[in-house]
Design a protein around this ligand. Structure first.
Ligand SMILES: [Fe+2]
Ligand SMILES: [Fe+2]
Length: 199
């Protein structure tokens, strides 16, 4: 693959440097996942007229903090004065919304579109940009994923990004409910917008 060139104001370094950083902070399994998400995101960016550069950076960084300790996140929630209700949740929610603040501080990424795509990649949002949708869906369908329904999700992603967002949102919530797991309130708002079509 031809190396994607990052503009200085979007990411202060090269893609190779970013990938090297990820290798240091992620397990091999998650590192491979992140590269898979990047490939899926680049493809979706080309299909949907989105910046390939931003899709690459947001996808590579979406799980940057996924392997941080709970203590790190709790400290960050306080440092960045984020909603204290976050303290009642866990890694699954933290690595998106809190992770974006850590990416900003530690990697000097200030592009709000990229930071929002990281914030919204786990539970989506009522309002999602094309980049948000791309990272959200790419995370779900990357080549390393295998679960019942992934083929259908891939087909939808190839033809209609919004339908892929809807499919992913519905199935993720269904999965959580079947296991009597809590559903983060924002995920319900995402469901109301993208699955139920509520304006
Ligand atoms: Fe994630
Ligand atoms: Fe991920």
């Amino acid at each position: 693959m031809k190396e994607i060139v990052y503009q200085e104001n979007i990411y202060p370094g090269t893609r190779a440097e970013l990938v090297a950083r990820l290798r240091e902070v992620l397990s091999d399994h998650r590192f491979q996942h992140v590269l898979g998400v990047e490939q899926a995101a680049i493809k979706l960016a080309k299909q949907n007229g989105c910046s390939v550069e931003k899709a690459s950076i947001a996808a590579l960084l979406h799980d940057y903090t996924k392997e941080r300790s709970a203590e790190d996140f709790i400290a960050a929630i306080k440092t960045y004065h984020l909603d204290p209700d976050l303290l009642r949740w866990g890694n699954f929610i933290w690595h998106g919304v809190v992770g974006a603040e850590m990416v900003k501080t530690e990697l000097h990424v200030t592009d709000e579109e990229i930071l929002n795509a990281i914030r919204r990649h786990t539970v989506g949002a009522v309002t999602m940009t094309t980049l948000d949708k791309i990272v959200y869906v790419a995370d779900y369908i990357e080549a390393g994923r295998s679960f019942p329904g992934v083929d259908q999700a891939r087909k939808l992603a190839a033809t209609n990004l919004d339908q892929a967002v809807s499919f992913e949102t519905k199935h993720t919530i269904q999965f959580l409910m079947e296991q009597n797991k809590p559903v983060y309130p924002q995920a319900i708002l995402t469901y109301n917008r993208w699955v139920a079509g509520k304006k």
